[in-house]
Design a protein around this ligand. Structure first.
Ligand code: S3P
Length: 419
């Protein structure tokens, strides 16, 4: 029997972004251990350096000397690269500054919808100019005192929710946000750690009276379940490939994939629960799982596994029936149009797949054909098809650089698990 491998996958991207943002606008010197040193989250640190925050990065930790809520005007344009979370959350910080900030990103980010944050931030008193159709670059003329808001978002989005809550730190008036389903709640959890009064009730969240951030402590970022997911699927599909995923985030707003694993018959076990960064974390053992049922994913569960759909579409190829995804229109506006990226590439493999406006239906196959995979430079598409390739299928990928966005040592880990 081979020894069980242990893998500490990339640190959580959402929590890393927030730790940098909140430490920057808090008082005190905050240290972040296990910060994700990937392109998206490095861009966030760079943004706050440009906004006058003293940030020290060494191999093991990031130390941020917070300036309090008010920052300095940046001498240059701020480039958030590929990151929707980066541009949308930092736009909200800039909405609370009485100077001009210009925020942009790469080709993908400049084509992603920004109206969803421009609308509430404008209602709160910021002036935001954009390209046609509310696309970035964004020019934000903030105000140090914003107005309150009661915002009912049409989409479940942690980025929109976080933008409203962050801008809400710059007003004493009432701030309330609601959404159709509960999205990831890392902003709420971390703002509480920084001493902000915040109340969550089902899919609503309110800011209380105390809105000043006090830092000066140490945060320790757990592993990202969205990054672990690639290798959990690999373990489920590869005989003798058991592994323990150490320090994996199991916040219930992120663990939809574990529920789908249970429904499909993936053999996994949650061991050794702990808390890191105020978040629920555990080590998770995943084993080879030869008898997989198909998935049916729709509605309420979607925000809790939205980033895991590309890798779940790979798992669906090995189930014993048709897997169906519905209500997932949001996937069309991620780093790529992920419904199209998944469907087109699966068709190239010879898989029978039907595309819907809000999802797809995948028929499993025993005969995966040789194919050229177009990744659209989307990190999660690249990593998903790289897992399939590592399982022994003859694939050529259009590029393999995009994982640096969220998981710089992805290919090292792939090799380790594949060996
Ligand atoms: C994120 C929220 C999700 C997710 C993204 C990270 C965050 O997007 O897809 O990868 O850190 O808040 P939405 O909030 O737009 O759904």
């Amino acid at each position: 029997m081979d020894q069980i491998k242990t893998l500490r996958c990339a640190s959580d991207k959402s929590i890393s972004h927030r730790s940098a943002i909140f430490s920057s606008i808090a008082s005190g010197k905050t240290t972040i251990k296990n910060y994700l040193f990937a392109q998206d989250t490095l861009n966030t640190l760079e943004a706050f350096k440009k906004l006058g925050v003293d940030i020290d990065i060494d191999k093991t930790k990031v130390t941020i000397k917070g300036t309090g809520k008010y920052l300095k005007e940046s001498f240059d344009i701020i480039n958030l690269g590929n990151s929707g979370t980066g541009i949308r959350l930092i736009s909200a910080v800039c909405a609370g500054q009485s100077f001009l900030s210009i925020l942009t990103g790469d080709n993908s980010l400049r084509n992603r919808p920004m109206k969803r944050i421009i609308e509430p931030l404008t209602q709160m008193g910021a002036t935001i100019l954009s390209r046609k159709n509310f696309l970035a670059p964004l020019a934000i003329f903030g105000k140090d005192k914003l107005k309150g808001i009661n915002y009912a978002s049409k989409i479940a989005s942690a980025q929109v929710k976080s933008a409203v809550l962050i801008a809400g730190l710059y007003t004493d008036e009432n701030v309330e946000f609601s959404e159709p389903q509960v999205s990831r709640n890392h902003t709420e959890i971390m703002l509480k750690q920084f001493g902000v009064d915040i109340i969550s009730e089902n899919n609503k969240v309110f800011l209380g009276k105390h809105r000043k951030l006090t830092g000066g402590f140490e945060l320790n970022v757990p592993a990202d379940i969205s990054s672990c997911a690639f290798f959990m699927v690999m373990c489920a599909l590869k005989p003798n490939c058991e592994a323990v995923f150490a320090d994996c985030l199991i916040n219930p707003t992120r663990t939809g994939i574990l529920k789908v694993f249970s429904d499909m018959g993936v053999n996994y076990e949650i061991i050794n629960k702990k808390t890191m960064c105020g978040e629920e974390v555990a080590d998770i053992l995943v084993k080879y799982s030869p008898n997989l049922k198909p998935f049916y994913i729709d509605g309420k569960i979607l925000p809790t596994l939205i980033d895991e759909i590309p890798i779940l579409s790979i798992l669906a190829l090995f189930a014993n029936g048709k897997s169906i995804l519905k209500d997932a229109k949001e996937l069309r506006v991620k780093e790529s149009d992920r419904i199209k990226s998944i469907v087109e590439n699966l068709k190239k493999l010879g898989v029978k797949v039907e595309e819907f406006e809000d999802g797809f239906e995948i028929e499993p196959t025993k005969n995966i054909q040789k194919a050229y995979i177009e990744t659209y430079f989307d990190h999660r598409i690249t990593m998903s098809f790289s897992v399939l390739k590592a399982l022994g299928y003859n694939l050529e990928l259009s590029e393999t650089k995009s994982p640096t966005t969220s998981y710089p040592n992805f290919f090292e880990h792939l090799k380790y698990l594949g060996s």
